[in-house]
Design a protein around this ligand. Structure first.
Ligand SMILES: [Zn+2]
Length: 417
């Protein structure tokens, strides 16, 4: 059976190129980034799958007036497996339909929306070039090839397979996976397994199972403006803000000091980042000050514990300087990790070894990906693929060998117990 699957995939180069080409021709850019959304691309994919024998399809349209058709569509393709008992775990492969804009046009050597093939003669074979060919159409195409290898050859999957093609991954998932989890009850079962082929490394040896908790925080400090020579007549909001930034960096780092080798870096980070302009001239003491911090905290520390410590330090700085400090949280996400001993992690690790002959290791990342939505819903989810990491860059490319190789891994995942 493995030989049948592998040879089908090895002979699917033309299908992979065709699908990549047709998908790339239909730019699915979010209205947030000035595009019209995913409708054209999703409608195309739906009919393409149908004409290739993947016929059990459901569309879920998140309403969005700004987008073409007023919707942000996601699509689910179901390939029934041998174990269809109620509550039997299903294998999901989730890729996203949307792409980011091409960016600076002059940096592209070819038209971003026309896939071209190129062989650099470096022994790694043909690469496809175009916006979206890697992010996330490598994973999307690989998942489709894997499914076709079964469907076209009458091979039954061990468990029901669900290919999920979501909208709105690049701009926060509010019309994508987050919307699906909130608006389509029962779509996922608790014991389902989800592979997200949307990040990885050139060897395919890292399996992402966890994220740090993510806290983005913006502080506004109100003091009193004064002449630069008369601090006695004002309250320097910038000085208080700077004091707060330094104290938060030092004290939070000390308080939340655990290390976890799953992550890189293996500790929590508390970084002052954006700083808004205050006064335009050097000889005025600013009465208002705004700065931001980007915090990535090991999952063992709940966000509310960190925020309580922030409140304590903030109160001390307010008292010391006589200022009023408020803050907003542009982002605050927690993420439960998927266990490194979860069946999905073990099974994936085995199949990667079989296809690519590499030993895998589980890793955690800085945070803020779609995996968190599913993990927080209690569903085992891992992010993996073998890729060049050219996402969002000009001249984005994918190796044909990676599409076919990842398809083999996915097909084995579908058939193995
Ligand atoms: Zn992506």
């Amino acid at each position: 059976m493995k030989e049948k699957i592998f040879s089908f995939i090895d002979n699917s180069t033309a299908i992979a190129v065709e699908l990549e080409t047709e998908l790339t021709r239909r730019p699915a850019i979010s209205p947030d980034s000035g595009g019209e959304g995913e409708l054209d691309k999703c409608v195309f994919l739906e009919s393409w799958l149908k004409s290739h024998g993947i016929t059990q399809l459901e569309r879920y349209d998140a309403p969005d007036k700004r987008a073409k058709g007023g919707v942000r569509p996601s699509l689910v393709a179901t390939i029934p497996g041998s174990d269809t008992a109620d509550g039997a775990p299903r294998l999901w492969i989730m890729s996203h339909i949307d792409v980011v804009p091409p960016g600076e046009a002059s940096l592209w050597k070819s038209d971003p929306w026309t896939v071209i093939q190129q062989d650099d003669g470096d022994g790694r074979g043909v690469r496809l070039i175009g916006r979206g060919v890697e992010d996330n159409q490598q994973g999307l195409t690989a998942s489709v090839l894997a499914a076709l290898a079964l469907v076209k050859q009458g091979i039954k999957a061990a468990r029901t397979v669900k290919l999920l093609f979501v909208a709105d991954e690049e701009n926060g998932s509010g019309y994508g996976i987050d919307w699906l989890l909130k608006n389509v009850p029962g779509l996922f079962h608790k014991n389902d397994m989800v592979l997200i082929p949307d990040s990885g490394d050139p060897k395919g040896e890292t399996i992402e199972i966890a994220e740090k908790n993510l806290i983005w925080i913006q502080f506004s400090t109100a003091g009193a403006q004064a002449h630069g020579s008369r601090p006695d007549q004002g309250i320097n909001a910038h000085l208080a803000g700077a004091d707060l930034a330094v104290r938060l960096h030092e004290e939070l780092t000390k308080k939340f000091s655990d290390h976890d080798p799953l992550f890189e870096p293996d500790y929590s980070t508390f970084q002052p980042t954006k700083k808004e302009a205050n006064v335009p001239n050097i000889n005025t003491i600013p009465g208002d000050d705004v700065f931001c911090m980007d915090m990535r905290v090991l999952p063992r520390y709940p966000a509310k514990t960190v925020l309580a410590e922030i409140d304590r330090i903030k109160a001390e700085v307010e008292a010391k300087h006589g200022v009023k400090i408020t803050y907003t949280l542009p982002q605050c996400h927690e993420s439960k990790p998927t266990s490194k001993d979860a069946p999905l992690v073990k099974l994936l690790s085995r199949t990667i070894k079989e296809v690519y002959h590499v030993d895998t290791r589980p890793i955690g990342i800085g945070g803020g990906t779609v995996g968190a939505y599913l993990r927080n819903a209690g569903i085992d989810s891992v992010v993996w693929s073998r890729l060049e990491d050219t996402a969002h860059q000009p001249n984005e490319y994918t190796l044909l060998a990676n599409i076919l190789g990842d398809a083999k891994v996915m097909a084995l995942l579908m058939v193995r117990e």
